[in-house]
Design a protein around this ligand. Sequence first.
Ligand code: CA
Length: 231
Amino acid sequence: MNRILIVEDEVAIAELERDYLELSGFQVEIENDGDTGLARALGEEFDMYILDLMLPGTDGFEICRRIREVKNTPILMVSAKKDDIDKIRGLGLGADDYITKPFSPSELVARVKAHLSRYERLIGSSANAQNNDVIEIRGIRIDKTARRVWINDEEKQFTTKEFDLLTFLAEHPNHVFTKEELFREIWDMESIGDIATVTVHIKKIREKIELDTAKPQYIETIWGVGYRFKV
Ligand code: CA
């Protein structure tokens, strides 16, 4: 469950925000003064911060700045005056969003959800990149763990053998393999087929990865020998 910290000195507003966020499944903590708010923001783990600007003790500007020094967690700033939003932007404190009072609670919830899902995607994609075995060569990205391929950020579908063949070649850049070697490597001995299968698969792969299959930029034919993945 996502935990949100609200720092807001107007108790009624803080409770309204909390009620709506809790209805949407969030766990919400409230602090009514800036000093305690800052201490909790820095000392505990939250998934998002909602900070009022004018607070007793440390103000919202300062809390935002201090959080940003150590965390990338989304921050939504709440302000009573439209002018303050320009001020927050101008200060470059690193807040993710701004909302002016009075606002509708459903708008607040929508914004919180949007920022949390964006942040989770960000965290998720960097976690994937760390855990997955990925090959990247000139616009081709092969995720070996997920068995997915992107060409210039567009995902392409490959059959099992096409994927295995492309990955094997990409893992051995500039190495020339004969069709026999590739067949032995990718197809097991009992499989029906011969080295012509390799030619057919290379043709299919090229149709997916090459801009012009007549002038392949990735998988090169070495006449009379075989193929290589050019880097
Ligand atoms: Ca206030």
